[in-house]
Design a protein around this ligand. Sequence first.
Ligand code: SF4
Length: 243
Amino acid sequence: MKKKAKKRPLAKARKRAARPDYTAPARLEKIFTALDTLFPAAECALRHENAFQLLVATILSAQCTDERVNKVTPELFQNHPTPQDLAALDQKVLEQEIRSTGFFRNKAKSIQGACRAILERFGGKVPATLDELVELPGVARKTANVVLGVAFGRAEGIVVDTHVLRVSRRLELTRETDPAKVERDLMALVPRKKWIDFSHQVIHHGRRVCRARKPLCHVCPVEKLCRSEDKTRAFPPPAGSPP
Ligand code: SF4
């Protein structure tokens, strides 16, 4: 005997039916255009002069603001400009020099481990492929994507930091919470030629507009496309806020 199909509660079914196709090309195009207009020249905010400096700065930026990292790195790179210099440094000394970026013991270990690997396995040069970069201690896909996109102009993935994760979920570009799965979803939706710019633009959008606690939805160019419940936290706009 055939089993009767289980009925979905009506409210749930209605909600599903009312849900716009979040992957519709027209919707995605509007989001990309809005980001292009809002952040036409979005760039990596970490100060650096070469791939090696960017790699170290990106490791330091974990759980830390780029502003704080930019205060620490000029002196760090002036005193220890090469992988050899940083690898040879006493770990305790390095820890003190990067202390203000937080998690300084782990970061010092990662930086020195990465420097040694660069010297031993890559001839003293930062490797330019994703597979090689993620072999370095302390380097996961996020850091590798930053280095590849910014230093080498190579789009091998999309940077998923805390801002990209939050904004992507609010805009229903993904329902995942695991950064690797979020990146996979975004790579499927965003054209490859936009991966590098899209990463920077969404990071900027997350920092300046779609903030974690009080998103500025009243100035958000994709507000009409956004059904995030977090919008209610910002509406109506606070008195005196820009139009
Ligand atoms: S409308 Fe608000 S929650 Fe939605 S993307 Fe814009 S700032 Fe973020």
